[in-house]
Structures are given as C-alpha cells and as structure tokens.
Design a protein around this ligand. Sequence first.
Ligand SMILES: [Zn+2]
Length: 89
Amino acid sequence: MRAENATSVVDGNAAAGMLWDVFGADVTALTGVCGGCGAAAPVAETVVELDDTAAIVRCRSCTHTLFTVLRGPEGARLVVGTLRELVRR
Ligand SMILES: [Zn+2]
C-alpha cells in the first residue's frame, strides 16, 4: 500500500469534514443506532476507516458498517449500511 493511499483508523470526529460535505452540518453529536446490534452511540464515537476518498463508519460494538461516505469528482455521497436511526437528542 502506498503512503498516499494509507487508511487510518480513527473515530467519528475525524470524519466530521466528510460528513459535512454530505449533510452541510456537523452530525457527529447525533446518536446513531446500529441495526446490527442495537447499540446507540454518538457518531463521534464510531470507529472510522478513513482515507482521502472514503470514510467507512463502523459500529464500535459489533463492527458492522453503519454507513460509508464517498467523496469524488461528482460530489459526496452517503451509502447507508446497517444504520437504523440517526437521532438528535
Ligand atoms: Zn452494532
């Protein structure tokens, strides 16, 4: 793997920029509910595999992919995985 393609494993805070590209807002404080295991936790506390073009956001409890954010020439998109709910408390 070349250095410029390196993927780093971080938390949801580090994906805030890419999430902003999709939502136009900071959603890291929202609570995501996992459809795999039912865990509810702030987006900021998820496990994120991050590189320049994608952020794979995983449930910290069961490691299922909650959603993936892709950033390319045509813009940003969010592909929903096992995310069941996004809740503002
Ligand atoms: Zn889960």
